[in-house]
Design a protein around this ligand. Structure first.
Ligand code: SF4
Length: 92
C-alpha cells in the first residue's frame, strides 16, 4: 500500500486522529519535522486513517502506479483551476 498525504490540507497536529488510530504505526507524527510520515512496510491497508481524517488529506493506493495516476489528475486539475482563475481575474 502507499499513502498520499496532502500537506496543504493537513493541519500537521501531533494529535492527528488518523495517526492515532493507525494500529500498525505506519502513519505517524514526527515531532521534529512537525508533520505526518508514512511507512509502507507497516501498512496493512485497513483504511482507518482515511476514515479518521476529517479534512480528506489522505488517499490510499494499492500500487505506486495508481498513486502516479492520482497525482497526474491532481496536477491537471490544479493547472486548470489556476488557468481559469487567471482568466477570470484578467491575468490572461
Ligand atoms: S491503512 Fe491502516 S495501517 Fe495503513 S496507514 Fe492507514 S490506518 Fe495505518
Amino acid at each position: 500500500m502507499t499513502l498520499y498525504i496532502d500537506y496543504d490540507a493537513c493541519l500537521k497536529e501531533p494529535t492527528c486522529p488518523a495517526a492515532t488510530y493507525c494500529s500498525t504505526k505506519a502513519l505517524y507524527f514526527h515531532p521534529e519535522e512537525s508533520r505526518l510520515f508514512f511507512n509502507p512496510d507497516l501498512c496493512n491497508g485497513c483504511g482507518q486513517c482515511i476514515q479518521k481524517c476529517a479534512l480528506n488529506a489522505l488517499s490510499l493506493f494499492e500500487t505506486t502506479e495508481e498513486l502516479g495516476i492520482f497525482l497526474e489528475k491532481i496536477t491537471r486539475a490544479r493547472e486548470n483551476f489556476t488557468s481559469k482563475l487567471e482568466s477570470i481575474i484578467g491575468l490572461k
